[in-house]
Design a protein around this ligand. Structure first.
Ligand code: SAH
Ligand code: SF4
Length: 343
């Protein structure tokens, strides 16, 4: 079987393929900095080596099946990638002035099945491997001709990153590698629905990656309806893991709250949320729901979203709310959230 080279760091490339360390670095640079996936085009390698690599290694596990540009949101590209086994995943690149933000998927589908989420509705198919995760970013940068930019990366596409923990963490390290994109930890955000063992393990990684928790409800009755994993890890368990995470890492966390009309947007919901996060220096990102036809939820009128935000601000909760610009994008990975641009 061919070596899956985009899942490996420079040292591993050299070891797996019996190359000199500097050759491992050369190959890694072609892939991660120049976004060249054809060994033939790696011109600083000898002809023999290029031929040998093409026989023993594969540079690419994804093909671009579709690339769409939003008519209303200039600078947003949504990509559909086909995997080797024919499955597909989505990734999105959003360009905002001089900064690009890339939203990556970690699984084909998702087993968590949140009531309002397009990905959850499609069910779970399989985990992505690290190469399949990083290639989404490499391909989008290549398509957009971005070679030396330092994009933000958000793990908010299809799938629950902490249910594919090892591949997620490995892909983060590959994106951070100095010989590659060299993306700073503070520019990378991983979003979890509240997979508590993952949060606890993440705290041990000893890095500065941003953690975001998809909360959506501040009492167990409602949260268990919206986010079924809450039955396994109720709010008390989740918040205790988040507190330990903050204490261990000294990092602020972010909470995501998809605003659903007449479901979680009342003054009482705001008061409960403020109370829940009051002892944490956290930020709450409010996301007016991006409707999925079959789900049966709608976004609140914008004035109600603003009132919810103001109720949190009044209680000294750091809160963001952006006007949804372009629901025609139909969301990153079924769920594009523009406010993440501020991350
Ligand atoms: N599984 C992870 C990461 C991917 S989802 C998680 O749930 O955190 C990224 C975010 O998009 C989550 O906060 C999720 O609740 C939210 N989301 C999903 N569908 C959405 C929709 N239709 N409109 C707005 N936000 C949505
Ligand atoms: Fe999975 Fe996240 Fe969608 Fe929930 S919101 S179903 S955890 S992808």
């Amino acid at each position: 079987m061919k070596v899956r080279i985009t899942s490996l760091n420079p040292t591993e490339i050299a070891t797996e393929l019996g190359l000199q360390p500097f050759q491992g670095r050369q190959v890694f640079r072609w892939l991660h900095q120049k976004h060249v996936f054809d060994f033939e085009a790696m011109t600083d390698l000898s002809k023999e080596l290029r031929k040998e690599l093409a026989e023993r290694a594969m540079t690419s596990q994804l093909t671009l099946a579709h690339l769409s540009t939003s008519a209303r949101s200039f600078g947003t590209r949504k990509a559909l990638f086909r995997l080797e086994d024919g499955e597909t995943v989505e990734a999105v690149l959003i360009r905002d002035r001089d900064r690009a933000t890339i939203c990556l998927s970690t699984q084909v589908g998702c087993a968590v099945k949140c009531a309002f989420c397009a990905t959850g509705m499609s069910g779970y198919t399989r985990n992505l491997n690290p190469g399949e995760i990083v290639e989404q970013a490499l391909y989008l940068l290549k398509e957009e001709g971005i070679e030396d930019g330092h994009p933000n990366i958000v793990y908010m596409g299809m799938g629950e990153p902490f249910r594919n923990y090892d591949a997620t963490v490995r892909s983060v390290r590959l994106l951070m590698a100095r010989q590659g994109l060299g993306i700073g930890a503070r520019r990378i955000t991983v979003s979890t629905v509240g997979e508590v063992p993952g949060i606890r393990q993440f705290a041990e990684e000893g890095w500065q990656i941003r953690l975001s928790i998809s909360l959506h409800a501040a009492n167990n009755a409602l949260r268990s309806k919206l986010v079924p994993i809450n039955r396994k890890y109720p709010l008390e368990t989740l918040m205790s893991a988040v507190r330990d995470y903050v204490n261990a890492t000294r990092r602020h966390v972010t909470f995501e709250w998809a605003l659903l009309n007449d479901v979680n947007d009342s003054p009482r919901d705001a008061a409960e949320l403020a109370e829940l996060v009051s002892d944490l220096q956290a930020t709450v990102n409010l996301i007016p729901y991006n409707p999925i036809p079959e789900a049966g939820f709608a976004p609140p009128p914008f004035a109600k979203c603003e009132a919810f935000r103001d109720a949190l601000l009044k209680r000294s909760v750091n809160t963001t709310l952006r006007k949804e610009r372009g629901q025609d994008i139909n969301a990153a990975c079924g769920q594009l959230r523009r406010q993440l641009l501020s991350a």
